[in-house]
Design a protein around this ligand. Structure first.
Ligand code: GAL
Length: 419
C-alpha cells in the first residue's frame, strides 16, 4: 500500500513536471537573423542563454549572408506565406518599411516600464518607433568607418597607423613590398559599399551628408568630389590581390588575423572575429577610423523588430525578449563579444576593451557634434531601393564594369530612379 501510494505520487509529480515543461515550451521565440559568423553567433548566444534562464525557448532561424540582404528576402517569403517570426534582426529603413506594412507588434508597455525613451539614442529611436509606438528593441550600435590592421604587418611597415589618405597609400605600398596582400577583400556588393562610404566620408563629411543620406543631392552626386571618391576606390582595388571574388567578410577577416593580409576595411563586427581568435587589440591587431574620418561616425544599429504574433504565450515570450534585449548588463555582455557598443546611453565603458572604449567615446562625440551619420551600406542612409542602387553601381565600378569618369552620373541616375 505504501509502495503503491508512492508510485501514484511519483506518477502525479511526473505529470505535473510534464505539464510545466509543456507550459515552458509554449513560451518560445522564433528569431530570424543573419549572425552566422563565429563572433556573431557567440554574441547571440548570450541572449539565448538569458532567455533560457527565464523559461523562454529559442527557435533559431539563421539566414546566412552579411548585412542581411538574404535575410530580408527570406523574411518577405515567410511573411507572405503566413509564417511570422517572433522577432527579426533588422536595420534602419527596413524597419520602417515593415512597420508601414502593418505586421509589427506594439511593445509600448515594455518600453515604458524600461524607460527606453530616456536611454536609447534618438538616432535609433527614430527607427525603433513608428508613429510614436515602440516596435523594436535595439541591441547594439555598430559603425562602419573602421580599419582592422594586423599589428605585425603594421610594425613591419614602420608601425605608424595612417591618418590621411596619403599615409594609407604609403602603408599599403609598404605592405605590398613586404610580400603580403595589403587589403583583405570580400568582394560582395555590400562589402564594397561599406568601403565606399568610408572613402566618401574621408573626402568630405558634407559630401557624405548630401549624397549618401537624404536628400541624395543630384548635383553633389555628379560632382568632381564624387569622381575623386570613385578614383580612390579604383586605387584601392590595386591592393586587394587575387582574392577579389565574392566571399564572406569573415573569411577576409581571417586573412588579417592569420597575417596573410595587412588590413581590412569593415564595420566593428570584424572585432568579434579577432576576439574569437583570441587576439587582443593593441597587441595582435589595431583598430583605427578610416583615414580622414576621425570625429565622424557612420552608424548602423541592429534592432530586433517584434512581429505581430498570436497566442498569449507567444506574446508573453516576445515581451520577455524585448525586455531582455534592453537589460543593461545584457547590453554590456553582448556588445563586448559582438564588437559593437551598447544601444543605451547610461552604460559605463569600464568592461570594454580599447576599441570598444573608443567606439563609445566616438559615438558620444559624433552624437553631440552633428557628425553621427546613417550608414548607407547598412540600412541607415536611405530606403532599401536607394541602398540597392548604391550597392549595384559601387560594385560594378569596383569590378571595372563602369569607368571612374562615368561612375558619378551612373550613381546619380540609379539613385534618382530609386528614390
Ligand atoms: C551588419 C550588421 C552586423 C553584422 C554585419 C555582417 O549589417 O549590422 O551586426 O552582422 O552586418 O553580417
Amino acid at each position: 500500500m505504501k509502495n503503491r501510494s508512492r508510485a501514484v505520487l511519483a506518477a502525479g509529480a511526473a505529470a505535473i513536471a510534464l505539464s510545466l515543461g509543456a507550459a515552458k515550451a509554449a513560451e518560445e521565440v522564433t528569431v530570424l537573423h543573419w549572425w552566422t559568423a563565429g563572433g556573431e553567433a557567440a554574441a547571440l548566444n548570450v541572449l539565448k542563454e538569458n532567455l533560457g534562464k527565464e523559461g523562454v525557448a529559442w527557435k533559431d532561424y539563421p539566414v546566412a549572408g552579411g548585412s542581411g540582404v538574404q535575410a530580408m528576402t527570406t523574411l518577405r517569403a515567410n511573411v507572405t506565406a503566413g509564417n511570422v517570426p517572433t522577432a527579426v534582426q533588422m536595420l534602419g529603413y527596413d524597419i520602417t518599411e515593415w512597420a508601414q506594412a502593418g505586421v509589427v507588434a506594439n511593445v509600448d508597455d515594455v518600453a515604458k516600464a524600461g524607460k527606453w525613451g530616456d536611454v536609447i539614442p534618438t538616432a535609433l529611436q527614430n527607427f525603433g518607433k513608428y508613429e510614436d509606438h515602440w516596435i523594436a528593441a535595439p541591441v547594439n550600435v555598430h559603425s562602419t568607418n573602421w580599419v582592422w590592421i594586423n599589428k605585425k604587418a603594421l610594425d613591419d611597415a614602420g608601425g605608424k597607423a595612417p591618418e590621411t589618405w596619403e599615409e594609407l597609400i604609403a602603408l599599403l605600398d609598404k605592405m605590398k613590398e613586404n610580400g603580403i596582400t595589403p587589403i583583405a577583400n570580400g568582394g560582395e556588393p555590400w562589402q564594397d559599399a561599406t568601403l565606399f562610404e568610408a572613402v566618401v566620408l574621408g573626402i568630405d563629411k558634407e559630401l557624405y551628408k548630401k549624397t549618401l543620406n537624404e536628400p541624395f543631392d543630384d548635383e553633389a552626386l555628379r560632382s568632381d568630389q564624387m569622381k575623386e571618391a570613385f578614383a580612390r576606390m579604383e586605387k584601392l582595388h590595386e591592393y586587394i590581390g587575387d582574392a577579389a571574388a565574392a566571399r564572406e567578410w569573415n573569411l577576409a577577416s581571417a586573412d588579417v588575423i592569420e597575417g596573410r593580409a595587412g588590413l581590412q576595411f569593415m564595420g566593428d563586427w570584424a572585432k568579434g572575429e579577432f576576439l574569437r581568435a583570441n587576439q587582443k587589440p593593441g597587441e595582435d591587431f589595431v583598430c583605427i577610423r578610416f583615414p580622414g574620418t576621425e570625429g565622424s561616425v557612420t552608424f548602423n544599429a541592429d534592432q530586433f523588430v517584434m512581429f505581430e504574433v498570436s497566442g498569449e504565450e507567444q506574446k508573453a515570450a516576445q515581451k520577455k525578449m524585448a525586455a531582455a534585449v534592453m537589460d543593461p548588463s545584457f547590453q554590456i555582455a553582448f556588445n563586448k563579444v559582438k564588437g559593437s557598443v551598447p544601444a543605451r546611453t547610461d552604460v559605463e565603458d569600464t568592461e570594454f576593451d580599447d576599441c570598444g572604449k573608443k567606439g563609445m567615446a566616438d559615438l558620444k562625440e559624433a552624437n553631440s557634434g552633428g557628425t553621427l551619420l546613417g550608414s548607407m551600406a547598412h540600412g541607415y542612409g536611405g530606403p532599401p531601393a536607394v541602398k540597392a542602387a548604391v550597392l549595384e553601381i559601387v560594385n560594378q565600378h569596383f569590378n571595372g564594369q563602369i569607368s571612374t569618369d562615368d561612375a558619378p552620373a551612373a550613381l546619380a541616375d540609379a539613385i534618382a530612379a530609386a528614390k
